[in-house]
Write a protein that binds this ligand. Structure first.
Ligand code: IPD
Ligand code: CA
Ligand code: CA
Ligand code: CA
Length: 266
């Protein structure tokens, strides 16, 4: 599979940051860790990976703007392009020695997602998508799962951490979903959750209260793998709201319906 120049730039940045994360993962007990808020950790590993992605992308495409989790907004001279980057998605897993985390890089052109890369350096799984060009894991073309019954479906979710809010809503949503599906999973990296939907490993996923950098690349992966994504109410402002439901067309519709039920009966 021949990759485009822009995907190559993103892959190179993600893999270089991945090598840094893999090294730091091996010495996780020696890393400096600080709290950004209750339950919300950041470490030297996040910052080192972000520095690498920032340097690589800025060198390859000078002037593009950035939105990055740790640096925030970096303005550019080019008002057409913006990188949206999470240098370590799954910090809590990482700091606990759980090898489920990723680097997420997306590119917007004129406000539209045009390229996305999600990389799990421990599994060496590289997910790429370009608008109109399909989604891939390493060199394999991806397609969302074909299951259409919720009762056969395994659904991913995110559980709001301490300080996040949304706890009450989440419990209502979980109870509704649990009552209808074959299984529920909590992976701990939103970017990988969406990549797993694209790969057909999970049939659907929902989470609320995320940020643009958690979901930008993954949303493109889902769409390019033939899937559907929206806010729980059906809107398309997922980058602003951080609220996401995804799956194939049928599971997506069914999940939206299930999530909006008031409270399931026992
Ligand atoms: C977190 C992960 C996690 C999700 C959290 C996010 P971080 O990102 O994506 O799966 O449930 O809400 O904040 O902080 O590890 O980059
Ligand atoms: Ca974080
Ligand atoms: Ca994240
Ligand atoms: Ca992060």
């Amino acid at each position: 599979m021949a990759r485009s120049a822009i995907i190559n730039v993103m892959v190179q940045a993600a893999m270089k940051a991945g090598r840094s994360l893999s090294r730091d993962f091996g010495e996780v007990q020696n890393l400096q860790v600080s709290l950004k808020g209750p339950g919300d950790y950041v470490s030297q590993a996040d910052r080192r990976a972000e520095d690498i992605v920032f340097t690589e992308l800025a060198k390859a495409r000078p002037g593009y703007a950035f939105l990055m989790e740790e640096r925030g907004v970096v303005d550019g001279d080019d008002d057409q392009h913006r990188w949206i980057v999470d240098p370590l998605d799954g910090t809590t897993n990482f700091l606990h020695g759980i090898p489920v985390f990723s680097i997420s890089i997306a590119l917007e052109r004129q406000g539209q997602l045009v390229a996305g890369v999600v990389y799990n350096p421990i599994m060496d799984e590289l997910y790429t998508a370009e608008r109109g060009g399909g989604a891939f894991m390493n060199d394999r073309r991806l397609r969302v799962a074909a299951r259409t019954k919720l009762s056969d479906a395994v659904i991913g979710c995110g559980i709001p951490h301490l300080g996040r809010g949304h706890h009450g809503n989440f419990l209502i949503e979980l109870r509704n979903v649990m009552g209808e599906v074959a299984g529920v999973r909590r992976m701990g990296s939103a970017a990988l959750d969406l990549a797993y939907v694209a790969a057909g490993r999970i049939d659907g996923y929902w989470e609320t209260g995320l940020s643009a950098w958690d979901v930008a690349a993954g949303l493109l992966l889902v769409r390019e793998a033939g899937g559907f994504a929206s806010e729980p109410g059906g809107g398309q402002d997922m980058l602003e709201s951080g609220d996401v439901v995804a799956g194939n067309e049928v599971i997506h519709r069914a999940l939206v319906k299930t999530l909006s039920k008031p409270v399931a009966s026992r």
